[in-house]
Each structure stands twice: as C-alpha cells, then as structure tokens.
Unconditional design. Sequence first.
Length: 115
Amino acid sequence: MPDSNKIKIILIKSIHTAIWLFFNVVIFYLLYAAIADKIDIWVWICIGLVLMEGLILLAFKMFCPLTILARKYSSSTKNNFDIFLPNWLAKYNKLIYTTIFAIAVTILIYRLLST
C-alpha cells in the first residue's frame, strides 16, 4: 500500500472512530436516561440522531459511507480495516448497538406509558 493510501486510511479510521465514540455517548445517554427516568429534550435528540444514522446506513446498503470510502485505499478483508476497534467489535458493532438502542427505547416506552 502506498504511503498516501496509508495516510488516507489512518485519517478515515480516526474520523470513523470519533463518530463511533460520539454515537456511544448518544446511545448510552439514551439508555441512562430511560433507566433513570430522566426523559428530556436530549433523549429525543439522541433518538433522532440514531434514526438518522440508521437511514444513512439503509441508503448505503448497511455500510457506513466511510467504510465505502476506505475500500478505495485498502484491500484488507478484516472487519476493522476502517476503524480503530477490535475486529470482533467491528464485526458485531451494528448488532450490539442496535440491541442496546432497542432496550433503551423499550424502557423509554415503558416509562412513557406508565406515567
């Protein structure tokens, strides 16, 4: 891989990881707020952000646009070629975080219906 491709992959991985960290904060805030029954404007913003991310993934056939971009600069077949995560986490990332989001929304619905 030429040096310019290595630099591009590192840049993409860094941006992708920063976005992943941001969405961790979003999803875990949502889970915390639902469990603690602290339903505020941020809960609705979090839900909107996650739904927006889901629409983007649907538009790109369940791939992050950064993954598609990174494919131009790497021939790696690893699940984590485009992000600084352990390979197992990159592989199951969507399943893990969709499950956490679904749990948070389920608790939120329970909270809203029980008031």
